[in-house]
Design a protein. Sequence first.
Length: 441
Amino acid sequence: MKTLPLAACTFLSLLCASVTGAPGAPFKLPHQSVSASQQFVIYCDDLAMRLAVSSFSENTKSGMLEFLGLEDHWKIPVVIDLARKDVTEPGQPVSQVRLYDLEGGAMKIELDVALGGDLSGARFQQQLVRAILLAMEYRDKPSATNRACIDPPQWLVEGITTYLRNRNAGAGNDVDVYKALLEKNRLPGVEEFLGQNPSEMNAASLKLYQAYALSFLQLLASLPNGRPCLVSYINDLPLGTDAPSVDLIKHFPTLNGSGEALGKWWTLSLADISASDRYKGLTLEETEKRLAALLKFTIPINRKGETKVFSIEEYKDFVKLPQARTVLANAASGLQSLTVQADPLYYPIAAEYHDIVAELQRGKTRHVDVRLKNIAQYRGMVSLRMEQVADYLNWFEATQMVTRSNSFEDYMKTANELSGDAPKRDDLISKYLDGIELQLQ
């Protein structure tokens, strides 16, 4: 078997290159390597593969520990078995993570990857993150035969994985994704988000889910005492008995035991991420487009979940609906973010709409009609003036030629000739008059 040079291979290509053995060959125990911290034991016949997995596993763990503010005091080993796929088991999953109880009260976690064929479904980094989280969950728990293993939640696995990928690539958050989520009001409810299964999603839906998961993870970590609370939540996952959101809220006192508060904090977190490139600013056209989107509200109107889109001028029709306050809170956050990036001419407009939406969120409607009328007039005046400025600039660009057309070249040549000295005549009378002129000078 030919081993590809480590420097010339990606991690996935090493996985593909490590398929060894032949069907029907006598079974032999594959070679093994132990990582630097000795927590990861990698079984595979390919040395380059073992070294790559060992380094990758340690980097993944160190990134997670750094994010959570922890030191490495592991207790449960993680065995990573990279084996050729058994053709006799066509339904075998590409990868799986399992927790085993051993004799003497010990435990181990095993991550199996079936090599061969299409490895895109292995999701190795997600599975590795899941294994490390399981080791954190059960490190101080007693061993129990036939235990019901509690997997870490999907949002936590995807959130940490996305964070690590961005960190290793030196990339920040994909700001445009978060801007689109806020502008289109596509943020799901907390309960809905916590119950989603990314393994059933297509590529586009998975990208959105990963954006949700990362923002949710960063929100929890940024709360007061957030990282220790997140660590406590992970440690207590095997003990959780309530709904996912209830267990989560219990570990973050800042939320005051309220799912509504969690949803509000999440919206603010998304607004903060989407404004992370605020230094760039927005053009007038971009500001107006974003403002128009934020002033449309999609609100459930009955218990069946039917929704209707309202404009801000229709506030009397929706302000008393049960879900109106949550939607208005999201809009207020978006408007607050917009005031930071808006074109200077639109700053007072965005700020006034933010104040109006905040008043509606509190159920106060006094003088709203007058304020909406005044700000609409000012907004219309700004738009009109900017259209006039744009028309003038277009005219100027069209009429002020950068290069000469040479249409008047003959005229200018004649004018230059007429403005110069007349040629001297060579006849006798002309010579006599020229002599007289010289004597008189």
